[in-house]
Design a protein around this ligand. Structure first.
Ligand code: DON
Length: 304
């Protein structure tokens, strides 16, 4: 498959649409990012790398970090994670409080904010500096020892985290948070503020295309069965209440972030990452979703 040609065609087709949508502004520091960026990378399990546009420009990974904190929580606690977090699509926005109250503080899935806060809580119990543990986990997976989190973005989100604080307090009241709300929110805002580029993120998810083992010699990240489950969760919950439409249009497991990044997995083949900061109303990159839709259409490949 000539991925280079496919990526160039996608960039060409999408050019008039790049910038349509809204850059996330509820985290003030993210509102400063230009909506006109577009980058995409495909990293094969054979080590091949194809890129287009701004694929080497670092951006805020935001909720894509929830994928990695879930993997770390599963490595620590295995199936006990599911005692505290569900595995169903929420059908509500990623920061909705209503369902959490109705369902006694057990988040529907690990990718909405309260589910991710529980995973961060698990990391807070295990690590003195959990955000550093997440960065250390990612460095070998993405092939860059220098990635870090952006302190200004983390502080900006922390100052604006009343809604996440409300979710954390609600879960604490239901007995589903072990650490203090402040400790969990500090770590959460910092791991959301990790910066990576499309190539690094595409490489970091290749283990999910390769039965849970990192193809570039980093060893087993998850078992085959756990990797299958992660991919299933990404398909059903990774793009929030747009997940049904996303599966219909794209047909790949994926995880988005309000920084405008989306990672996707083509099992047996490659990790993919696209970045364009302007979002559609569910909080997924508008041009990024279209790019992935064109990718599976032009290549004729998806999980279906
Ligand atoms: O907690 C938040 O709202 C952000 N740090 C992350 C949200 C996010 O990325 C949702 N993704 N599409």
């Amino acid at each position: 498959m000539n991925y280079q040609e496919v990526l160039q065609q996608i960039q060409h087709e999408l050019q008039p649409l790049i910038g349509q949508g809204q850059v996330a502004s509820y985290i003030p520091e993210l509102a400063k990012v230009s909506p006109h960026h577009f980058g995409m990378a495909v990293v094969g399990i054979d080590g091949s790398v194809h890129t287009v546009g701004d694929a080497h420009v670092p951006f805020s990974i935001q909720s894509i970090s929830k994928l990695f904190t879930l993997v770390m929580a599963l490595q620590l606690e295995g199936d006990h994670v599911w005692d505290r977090v569900g595995r169903e699509p929420s059908g509500t926005p990623f920061n909705s409080l209503v369902q959490l109250e109705a369902e006694s503080g057990k988040p529907r899935n690990p990718f909405i904010n309260p589910g991710a806060l529980v995973c961060t809580d698990i990391l807070c119990t295990r690590y003195a500096v959990p955000e550093n543990a997440v960065v250390e986990f990612l460095r070998p997976l993405c092939g860059n020892r220098d990635i870090h989190y952006n302190r200004a973005v983390a502080a900006s989100e922390r100052r604006a985290s009343d809604r996440n604080a409300a979710m954390a307090h609600l879960m604490k009241a239901f007995g589903n948070l072990r650490n203090s709300v402040d400790v969990v929110l500090d770590a959460y805002c910092r791991h959301c503020a990790i910066e990576m580029n499309c190539v690094e993120l595409a490489r970091a998810v290749t283990f999910l295309a390769h039965g849970g083992s990192h193809p570039e010699g980093q060893g087993d990240v998850l078992s085959i069965s756990m990797a299958k489950r992660l991919n299933a969760l990404m398909l059903t919950c990774g793009t929030y209440d747009a997940a049904g439409d996303f599966a219909f249009r794209v047909g790949l497991p994926a995880k988005s972030g309000v920084g405008g990044g989306i990672v996707a997995v083509m099992p047996g083949e490659c990790g993919i990452c696209v970045w364009s900061p302007a979002l559609e109303p569910s909080g997924n990159s508008f041009a990024g979703s279209l790019a992935l839709e064109r990718f599976t259409t032009l290549t004729g490949r998806s999980i279906f």
